[in-house]
Design a protein around this ligand. Structure first.
Ligand SMILES: [Zn+2]
Length: 177
């Protein structure tokens, strides 16, 4: 069996909901509200023909430092995932490649590349929506945030507005088939 057939396309994006206690959100906002914002970015990506994933970086005071959506097609750049673009922009805003204290909010469980970038940026946490049964590198396929076992891995919390995040992805790929 080919690896890519291990799970059906429709089952790839999952709205898993068995997460532990919700980490406290920065003052004046909530993970749900931030995820709704990331979802709007993902919707914009879909309209551009980009895989609908949106991300933003929020600091410990609740300021949204940056926002982004996938742009791999428009930029012809395989690394232009929403998470990488959001980290890059947030670093430019704060003038530091370390983003300690900040949290990345993203509509889809990050892939291995993005998990590595999140570690490099030293974000405090990652909040995501839908899980990715084929490429999710936070908990679905591997534990990419924690790979080095050196401590200091960002915390993660998934399942926020996950059904809407997954629905957007399913609809996008259904239309393209
Ligand atoms: Zn990625």
């Amino acid at each position: 069996m080919e690896l890519r057939n291990l799970c059906a396309e429709e089952d790839r994006w999952r709205a898993l909901s068995s997460w532990g206690p919700e980490p406290p959100a920065p003052p004046g906002t909530s993970w749900r509200a931030l995820m709704r914002r990331a979802l709007r970015l993902a919707g914009r990506a879909a309209r551009m023909g980009e895989v609908p994933v949106g991300a933003l970086v929020v600091d410990s005071e609740g300021n949204v430092l940056s926002s982004a959506h996938n742009e791999t097609e428009s930029l012809r750049d395989p690394t232009a995932h929403a998470e990488v673009l959001a980290l890059r922009r947030a670093s430019a805003v704060v003038g530091n490649h370390r983003l300690g204290g900040s949290v990345l909010v993203v509509t889809l469980e990050p892939c291995l590349m993005c998990a590595g970038a999140l570690r490099e940026a030293r974000v405090s946490g990652v909040v995501f929506g839908a899980s990715d049964a084929r490429a999710g590198a936070v908990c679905s396929c591997l534990e990419g945030l924690d790979y080095a076992r050196t401590g200091g891995a960002p915390w993660s919390y998934g399942g926020v507005e996950a059904e809407d995040c997954a629905r957007l992805l399913r609809a996008f790929f259904r239309e393209r088939r």
